[in-house]
Design a protein. Sequence first.
Length: 82
Amino acid sequence: MTALVTGGTKGIGHKIVEELAGLGATIHTCSRKETKLNECLKDWKAKGFGVTGSVLDVSCRAQREKLMETVPSVFNGKMNIS
């Protein structure tokens, strides 16, 4: 199972990343704050979760479009949950 979770470094997004990754999903998440994203990625790696991430602001159309071009390669063309 693969999933794209926006805002995965805090709040509900963070809980969704942890729950899905705990079930064995491969996750790609994003955050506006690079430092926080890197902290979370390090923590998830230590837990054995398959999570990748990118820094972007989902309110910016150009950044969303770039994300949608990038994500298929992360998931080998298969995204189950977005």
